[in-house]
Design a protein around this ligand. Structure first.
Ligand code: SF4
Length: 469
């Protein structure tokens, strides 16, 4: 997959031209934004908590290896098996091997962005295992064959009519789109069969707690609990950065995660899993595996992009971003969309392949304002753009134009001449204070450019000086 600036613009233009999609995007992200604002306002000092969380994430990453070793030791002591995966292929191999060892034909999954990152479903299918997503949104996009549209709400681009069509095709009966209770009852009935039949439950992890070797899952539908307690074997796949050294640290993490994501004080279910079922437990898997995925993360440690690893995938930056809210999730060509997607996708999958994404931002800074970990996403986007220049990844025409502009700006007389000529050239195109450029020169065609001032700042300044003298 590649996403150049031209490809991003093309996908964004298609989304912008679809009024239904625009309505769905604004409806969902607007609701999340308002809920987040209200939830943070209820905290006695949300800013202090965010500062504390930033410090905590920074300190944790500074000693990541140590915390991971503590986690591994404590998870093993609790009876879990811990696996290290250098990349996505290794992680998929580990999971498919576990499935093979247990003769698994059906795997029930709860929502996991990491499994999207490593394309685990495709690997399972190739290994003869049928993966079934059990988060409602993930299940809808699995049935539709779509990638996720949003980190927290993967199916926000689907209308209830489209969902009704998908479910109708599945059960061979026409379901009314307006009967939401009926649609959810159908989903519940079908998914319950999968929980009971699955030989393997696969989850991600919202966070790991090193001091007890626990996996913490945050869900709203309860499917995470089914996936991790009904099948006899549970595999959790997660990135190595998702670690909290202690439960106190986890408490700060959880206090911000749901509030920033959906505006809930806590999600409906917060599940802490420590090892397999113990003798006497009424349920729980006999075997637990935890796959710790690197996939390019450790290479970011200690460098200018380390801060990106502080992300807790809350989606607040997507919901506020003016580019995501127009372009939608699929324009990013990655499971990770929005401002964090524009940063983490090139870092994990290659800047050459995703050279367009660091430009998918106005650098307005709204993402930094809402991020619970105060990740400086605008700085990271600019650093990626600089890296593109360093590696010679800019299209030749763009590179030439930017060099010409830089040269012109560095030569005062040339700049004055260029600005004067520009003012002259724009005059016939300027009416009522706005300049109408030909469409080829104005990619944002619906925006009107304010006309250039009649006199430059330099001219005004000089004339004022003359007046004073
Ligand atoms: S970058 Fe910040 S706001 Fe965006 S998903 Fe990550 S934690 Fe949330």
């Amino acid at each position: 997959m590649t996403v150049t600036t031209a490809q991003f613009r093309q996908s964004a233009a298609a989304a912008i031209a679809d009024p239904r999609l625009q309505g769905a995007l604004e409806g969902a992200t607007g609701k999340f934004r308002a809920a987040r604002r209200a939830a943070l306002a209820e905290l006695p000092d949300a800013d202090a908590l965010r500062d504390h969380f930033k410090a905590l994430r920074t300190a944790t990453l500074a000693r990541l290896a140590e915390h991971l070793e503590t986690f591994e030791r404590n998870a093993r002591a609790a009876g879990a098996q811990v696996h290290w995966a250098a990349d996505g292929a290794a992680a998929c191999r580990i999971v498919t091997q576990i499935a093979r060892q247990h003769g698994v034909a059906l795997a029930a999954k709860s929502k996991s962005m990491v499994s999207e990152e490593i394309q685990l479903n495709q690997a399972l299918e190739q290994a003869g295992v049928t993966p079934v997503e059990t988060d409602l949104g993930e299940w809808i996009i699995q049935l539709a064959g779509d990638p996720p549209y949003h980190i927290v709400a993967p199916a926000i681009h689907k209308t209830r009519q489209q969902v009704a069509e998908l479910f109708s095709a599945l059960i061979g009966e026409s379901l009314p789109a307006d009967d939401i209770p009926r649609l959810t009852a159908v989903a519940r009935g079908l998914l319950r069969e999968q929980f009971l039949a699955a030989g393997l439950g696969i989850s991600g992890a919202n966070l790991l707690v090193a001091e007890t070797g626990s996996v913490v899952l945050v869900t709203n539908e309860g499917n995470g609990r089914m996936v991790t307690s009904l099948p006899p074997v549970h595999v959790a796949v997660t990135g190595i950065e998702k670690i909290a050294p202690t439960w106190d640290d986890a408490a700060a993490w959880l206090a911000l995660l749901a509030r920033s994501a959906t505006g809930q004080p806590l999600s409906i279910y917060t599940t802490a899993l420590t090892g397999p079922a113990r003798p006497g437990d009424p349920d729980g898997p006999a075997e637990v595996h935890i796959v710790l995925l690197d996939n390019g993360r450790s290479a970011l440690l200690g460098g200018q992009f380390e801060e990106a690893l502080q992300c807790i995938r809350c989606s607040a930056c997507l919901n506020i971003c003016p580019v995501y809210r127009e372009a939608g999730g699929h324009a990013y060509g990655s499971p990770y969309s929005g401002p964090i997607g524009a940063v983490i996708t090139p870092l994990l999958f290659g800047l050459e392949e995703y050279a367009g994404l660091p430009h998918a931002s106005t650098l307005c800074g709204a993402c930094l304002d809402v991020c619970p970990a105060r990740i400086d996403l605008p700085r990271l986007l600019l650093a990626l753009r600089a890296e593109e220049v360093r590696r010679g990844l800019l299209p030749a025409a763009e590179s030439l134009a930017e060099r010409a502009v830089a040269w012109g700006l560095a030569h005062q007389r040339l700049y004055q001449l260029g600005a004067g000529l520009g003012r002259l050239a724009a005059r016939p195109l300027t009416h009522d204070g706005y300049t109408e450029l030909p469409s080829r020169l104005n990619p944002a065609q619906e925006r009107r450019l304010p006309g250039l001032a009649e006199r430059s700042f330099r001219e005004l300044w000089q004339s004022e000086e003359l007046d004073e003298s």
